[in-house]
Design a binder for this molecule. Sequence first.
Ligand code: BGC
Length: 928
Amino acid sequence: MTLNLKYTIGLSAFLLLLSCQLHKQSFHIDQLTVEGRENFIGLQSQSPRLSWKITTSKGRNTKQTAYRVYVSSSEKKAESGDADLWNSGKVYSDSSISIRFAGKTLESYRHLYWKVKVWTNQGDSAISTVNQWRMAMLQTKEWKAEWIGLDTFSKGDAPHRQQTRLAARYLRKEVAVSKKIRNASAFISGLGLYQLYINGQKIGNDVLTPTPTDYNHDVPYNTYDITQNLKKGNNGIGVILGNGRFFNMRDFRGKPDPITQMSHINYGFPRMILQIRLEYTDGSIGYITSDKSWKVTDDGPIRANNEYDGEEYDARKELNNWNKPGYDDAKWGSADLVAAPGGKLFSQTNENIRIKETVSPKKIHKTTKGTYILDMGQNMVGWLRIRIKGNAGDTVRMVFAERMKNTDSLYIANLRDARVTDTYVIKGTGNETWEPTFTYHGFQYVEVSGLSYAPSVADFEGQVVYDDVPTIGQFHTSNSTINQIYNNAYWSIRGNYRGIPTDCPQRDERVAWLGDRLMSSYGESFIFDNSRLYSKWMADAKSAQKQNGSLPNIIPAYWINDTDNVTYPSAFIIIPEMLRKQFGDEKTYRSYYPDMKKWVLYMWNTYNQNDLVLKDSYGDWCVAPEEGTNTIWTSDPKRTTDGGLLASSYYYYCLSLMENFARLQGLDADVSTFVQLKKRVFTAFNKKFFNHQSGHYANNTTTANLLPLTFGLVPEDKKNAIVQKIVDRTAEYGNHVNSGIMGMMWIMRGLSDHGRPDLAYTLATNTTYPSWGYMAANGATTIWELWNGNTADPLMSSWNHQMLLGDLLIWYYEYLAGIKSDTQATAFKKIIMNPIFPEGLNYVQASYESKYGTIKSHWVKGNGKLSWNIVVPANSTAKVYLPTSDIGAIQEGNTPLAGKSGFVIKESVEDRTVVEIGSGVYNFIINQ
Ligand code: BGC
């Protein structure tokens, strides 16, 4: 939860302005964050990481030379510079991200006010405005509240059916407040999902709260400032509880799901815990807590809620004013005191879900059945807000689908047994407006039935919902296929951010498969600040790990899938590296290093055969089939990569990452363990998989050659030949992609790094099968699960999956735009700008909001010139690779580059002139 601080733009803004005037200060300090969040309420860490950005509109080469952080216990103190909780002192350093708070012990509920002063190499200094954060309830024993719910089912519920039904629970309590409140906070966990109301008002802007976890291990709670919501006198507090992932959506009565062969977990009936802490103006403290004095009913309007099947709402049963004081709850029962879920309560710091955008239907048409079909014009994730009218008891039904079967019917076969139907029973009071509370759908089309009149598009509004993560990347090129693919990726990624990165949002699945995100999490990080989502997911992974070190393939394990496997669980090693590289997150890999090591060694000790870990479950998932349009997987042995090669090469890659993590922490003994293991694997791998006669790996698939090449398993003298094998195999498929997801994660970079960026560009712009462009050319507005998604067997054909993107987005940003974080540092403190400028592509316009500020790369070719505009944020530097070895052909800002001051000219690298630049705006012109 974040605070809305009026005072931040009060006095301090004025002072800032004044000081700017007086000192002609050339920069500002803004975007102060604590653990990545601005003005956050509910922080749990004793040594949170503080960051800020330096923004400057003019000048070049601005670098921080020193900083001083002030943390105070009151706003007044912060303003005056009385840092009674922590004064870092003047620290001579250019670090402006992840500065550890090292002041006084932080107690529960504490309000902290902070600002930072920065000195730069330009000889001036600036001070930020005051920001705030608040501590969570830090000790479990501080919870006085009890878990309550309704531990039974009623008529109409169907808890033991394949598609379960359960009515939402409404809980209420009236409390009198007799003294003046200085501050009030609500701490709440409602599982699976809750909505909290005070005096009729919904608290917070989040929906589908809280974030999902394995509730046997971790129970997230949210904190809200409710000072303005409570009033003197009687107050009504209400909570609605939905099922989410807590109450099972499917029940196969002890048997596994017949389609997936997996068991679904059930945590029981929904339940909640709420503690409100009141700080009165007289200094005393009071509490309002959930306990058995609360009243409960499940006889409200939400008759059933299930994320797969939809929500059923009977408006005639609305409980008017139930969440306000004075409501007659005589017919309600007493809340059941229920068992706490097994997990530990923790304060959630990753973003909750919000309604992020609304979409108006593009078209509406009447079917021969008399129903109406809406076309949203975009495959989206969320729900429909409706405005309708009718007679009391009329039932309006909405069925959601990604595709049309024909003009009269939706295509729902690919949704398997998800009913995806919202039902609204009209109360008959005129215009009625409604949207569901505890479900979401993946859809472009909605079939509406039960209306007695022709509705118009204005009666409907699509609500796009996903984690409230900031969009930090913008990307546009002169190629419309690339632009459409980028747009499709953008929609697929955000549509699957739901506190966990789900595989898909529409069918009866929607779980977080580790393998799908191994590399795409990295590509996604160019578009969204997904750092808190993924670091939370790594916490989920730690919780899912067994005592012996084993990891499942789906986390949280709502579906039980724990066959050991190298590729999918290697996300636990690969994603912490993405967080380090892209966001400078040193915490995630350090926190889980012992657990990561445990998994790596467990796999070695359990499965090592002659120095190779060959354990694989899913192969190179989803290679494009050529044996018929409706096939899901290829069964062509020539195109299927040996699972043992996938496992052992990814295992080798994990060892390399572990070696580096150990080195970064100074764990010398571990470094040598990993180095030794790598040596053994290297030898054994080449012995087993390299075919000396034909000079390729395993059966010579693209993936079989690409993985060893990428992971450093190919001896130097064989590299060129292996690259040629990849190129040849690709040519055999008409220069089209021919790998599954394990190979796709490296193909674009692999080709570009080994002299064939032109071939990578061909793959990126193909519009014939199989390609991303083929999807776009066939009307896709999201990325499909299968290359032949338009014709494949519906058993497995989501139209909103992101895994086939492979490393495409990384390639867009790092290789087309040339925005890449140098491995010499992290989080783009040092930027490598070395685009490939492919033949046929005329311009790229990209920007990326790094932890240091905005990076821009806009290049355009024309009239024998290349014009390249670059923005480097303050406190960062960039190494720019200008595409000519002739320095005389380069101008910057209308003057020749040669001899110009402020540019460190490095030696030419192949056909490039390399210059090192500091922050600022640059315009290079290169004669070509
Ligand atoms: C999921 C995939 C996943 C795969 C693994 C599918 O059902 O949707 O994304 O990687 O199973 O087998």
